[in-house]
Design a protein around this ligand. Structure first.
Ligand SMILES: [Zn+2]
Ligand SMILES: [Zn+2]
Ligand SMILES: [Zn+2]
Length: 140
């Protein structure tokens, strides 16, 4: 019962929060130029790119509970389906690998330093440092 109430409150907060024109779908946006990753329900502002000038935003996919990482630019995203390969900040196309589904246990790769919370050891494929991820559980 408590959980149900909490779910309703979170739902209302999402509905009421943010902009009036919200459609409720949170999307991962990444700037192709500086690599900044944002989760929003609308296209972010273009001012203030760290690479100089304006951001150039690429939609990677809707927010979800699967982790994907790109072996080229080391971007980590939480999405509901495989992200688009368009617009890797490391030039060209992203090369995504699915690391796993969101869970309760915290893991970090010793090599590329990505951190995820999964129920089982994430996939070793596609570490940005070359070769395989080396995942260790971290207790916290
Ligand atoms: Zn940018
Ligand atoms: Zn990439
Ligand atoms: Zn790694």
């Amino acid at each position: 019962m408590t959980r149900l109430i909490a779910t309703i409150i979170i739902g209302l907060t999402l509905l009421c929060g943010g902009h009036a024109d919200t459609k409720g779908t949170i999307v991962n946006y990444q700037c192709v130029r500086c690599g900044t990753l944002l989760r929003l329900d609308h296209t972010p502002a273009s001012q203030g790119c760290r690479a100089g000038g304006q951001h150039r935003w690429q939609e990677l996919g809707a927010l979800g509970r699967d982790y994907y990482s790109c072996r080229r630019c080391n971007t980590l995203v939480e999405v509901s389906a495989e992200p688009t390969d368009q617009g890797c900040p490391a030039k060209g196309r992203h090369e995504w690998n699915r690391l796993g589904h969101m869970g309760d246990t915290h893991y970090r790769c010793d090599r590329c330093l990505l951190e995820v919370t999964c129920n089982r050891t994430p996939s070793p494929t596609g570490c940005a440092q070359g070769g395989r991820h080396v995942w260790h559980r971290t207790d916290n």
